[in-house]
Design a protein around this ligand. Structure first.
Ligand SMILES: C[S@@+](CC[C@H](N)C(=O)[O-])C[C@H]1O[C@@H](n2cnc3c(N)ncnc32)[C@H](O)[C@@H]1O
Length: 256
């Protein structure tokens, strides 16, 4: 905003050349101020920041844009990703409080809502308001009242402390712009016996038809997540393309 203040000062104090009216200067100034404000508040830095970011030797993928949101609801997802089998495996108790972090249009949030039932809650977070708008439409259609859409930011996961039984990230972790910060916030949000579950496309398998930066190896997942106070409880590899990695908190009382 310092640049904007300077422009305003210049505009107020110096005579303008004939061909540059005060009106044009005002338009330019308004544009400049609007643009800098938009950048500062933008919840999705990938929209503007195209420089690849590296974390522990891995290229962080840019967040998948809401413009491609139809892909999240593609029909073959049921067979390739088997969401109901995944949730059966995770054994989510009715009444649980679950966060669907990076919920997108709610492919998992809606299913989670049915699992936790009316006594439970699903906190569906995303950094893109457009994703959450589509999620709200999907919730309304399904008549589900126990999902709370939450607009978060890459630096603030917007999760309440000590309340979560489960934090789920499906195809999200590799997009986190600040993985370490987000993990610390998730750790704080979990109950002592809470679980963190990551589902990621298998980076070890070149046959998985996904860009390399949108996949992760099991080794990368462990090396990045474990130092943040987690330990692996289970790895499920029954899905054709994805790892399912279940973490518990270290020192949280539920480690096996
Ligand atoms: C590939 S989509 C997956 C959406 C959903 N989990 C699904 O399986 O249908 C990744 C989502 O993560 C969101 N995302 C990226 N970084 C995030 C962050 N730091 N916090 C919350 N959501 C994030 C993106 O906006 C996008 O909606």
């Amino acid at each position: 905003m310092a640049g904007g203040t300077f422009l305003l000062y210049f505009y107020m104090n110096f005579p303008m050349p004939r061909y540059f009216s005060r009106f044009s200067a005002a338009i330019l100034l308004a544009f400049f101020l609007l643009e800098t404000t938009a950048r500062a508040d933008d919840p999705n830095p990938s929209q503007y920041d195209f420089a690849p970011k590296i974390y522990k030797g891995r290229v962080i993928a840019p967040a998948m844009s809401y413009l491609g949101a139809d892909w999240l609801e593609r029909s073959d997802r049921e067979t390739t990703e088997q969401p109901e089998k995944v949730l059966d495996t995770l054994r989510i108790a009715p009444g649980s409080v679950v966060a669907d972090i990076g919920a997108g249009t709610g492919y998992y949030s809606l299913r989670l809502a049915k699992r936790v039932g009316p006594q439970g809650r699903v906190l569906a977070t995303d950094i893109q308001p457009e994703m959450l708008s589509r999620l709200r439409v999907n919730l309304k259609k399904a008549g589900l009242m126990n999902v709370e859409p939450i607009l978060c930011t890459p630096t603030d996961a917007k999760l309440p402390a000590g309340q979560l039984d489960l934090a789920l990230m499906v195809d999200v972790y590799h997009e986190l712009a600040r993985p370490e910060e987000t993990l610390a916030q998730v750790r704080r949000a979990l109950k002592p016996d809470g679980r963190l579950v990551l589902i990621e496309y298998r980076g070890e398998d070149p046959a998985v038809p996904i860009k390399p930066e949108h996949k992760m190896t099991l080794r990368q997942i462990r090396e990045e997540v474990e130092p943040s106070g987690f330990q692996v409880q289970h790895v499920f590899d029954f899905l054709p393309r994805q790892h399912i990695v279940v973490f518990v908190t270290r020192g949280g009382g539920n480690a096996q």
